[in-house]
Write a protein that binds this ligand. Sequence first.
Ligand code: IPE
Ligand code: IPE
Ligand code: MG
Length: 266
Amino acid sequence: MTNSSSITSDQKHFAQSLPEGLDPLRTPEHIAVIMDGNGRWAKARGLSRTKGHIAGVDALKATLRLCSDWGLKALTVYAFSTENWSRPSEEVTFLMALFQRVLKRELEALILQEVRIRFLGDLDQLPGQLQDLITEATVLTSGNKGIHFNVCTNYGGRRELVKVAQRLAEKSVNGDLDPSLIDENVFAAELCTANDVDPDLLIRTSGERRLSNFLLWQLAYAEIHVTDVLWPDFDKSSLLKALLDYQSRSRRFGGLQQITSNRNKT
Ligand code: IPE
Ligand code: IPE
Ligand code: MG
């Protein structure tokens, strides 16, 4: 159990809202989620895949609320990959419209909940109206002091790394950067997640054991929790299980001793 005299007032506040059994001193700061299995969830119910995506939105709302209530600093979710364009055009069109509808509907609640939302990925390939709404949501929530909520939309880890390489090359050619000074910190500062510590925990639903091009740099030392639960069924008990699994791990970062604090800040 926790020694209450060593808990800060912030942690005391979160400890009150944390479910029994979770150690408030060892909750992850940042969780990344590959929200997978919407299609299979719908198929199992004889529904169209689109119904699975709609149900997935409810799971996302609940997860964001819990992460915020439990004092996490950041939640980064995979909503649409650079590879997802290869799906049938009706599904892609539906997803873009769903993102638009949900963001519009939820924006006020996000502002009230002090959530700071950002969209990570190649946004200029998204429909124009969605881009405008994303800009509005980003600006309106930029001063919020609550959880950082990053929605990876048209995101691909390899594309992100190539873009960083391009930017660093440009800076070097322009004489603004000495190539010999490029180290991990300089590189990471160009990533779209530069404002957050690297995820401590990656959750993937629906049982697939792969990264599917998600946060290839940032997940270098994340603990990985794979659950067979399909994303629309992911609920409070699923999140609690993931956090308990996380807290059972011994994070050594290549050394021999367990390190409980976050030392992967970049
Ligand atoms: C994840 O669910 C949502 C997106 C990729 C947009 P899927 O649509 O991949 O669901 P499955 O994997 O087909 O069940
Ligand atoms: C990963 O899921 C992308 C998102 C959750 C947005 P996919 O369903 O696209 O991944 P694969 O095709 O199974 O690798
Ligand atoms: Mg899938």
